[in-house]
Design a protein around this ligand. Sequence first.
Ligand code: DQA
Length: 138
Amino acid sequence: MKIQIINGPNLNLLGVREKSIYGNTNFETYLDELKKRYPNIELSYYQSNVEGEIINKLHEIGFSYDGIVINAGAYTHTSIAIADAIAAINTPVIEVHISNVYKREEFRHNSMLAASCKGVIAGFGMDSYRLAIENILA
Ligand code: DQA
């Protein structure tokens, strides 16, 4: 079972950035917990602040992996190009958000990606990623 987590812009600053919204944990620490929890999954992680690099990663793994968990950060709300990439690949993609975007500014209420995804999980902190993995495994 091969699962890829993709984090988009500014998510390299988790644990540093706006802690009241995104928490104190950096993603690498959380990823170690996930790897321990799921020793039988090949869990890969990729982060980029660059839209085209996220698209390239989706193309690279989107025909061979069993599932993709993506937090596209602010590109969620703007990127038709990432939405098209998700629609173009075979691997099911789950959109996740750490914060409950529906409780926040109105511009965060709309996702360009959601319609191309299997589903969306938002508002459970870092646990949003685990919940997405559980769905892929189910
Ligand atoms: C986010 C929510 C987005 O609106 C924001 O731009 C992010 C993080 C989240 O995980 O809650 O960068 O995707």
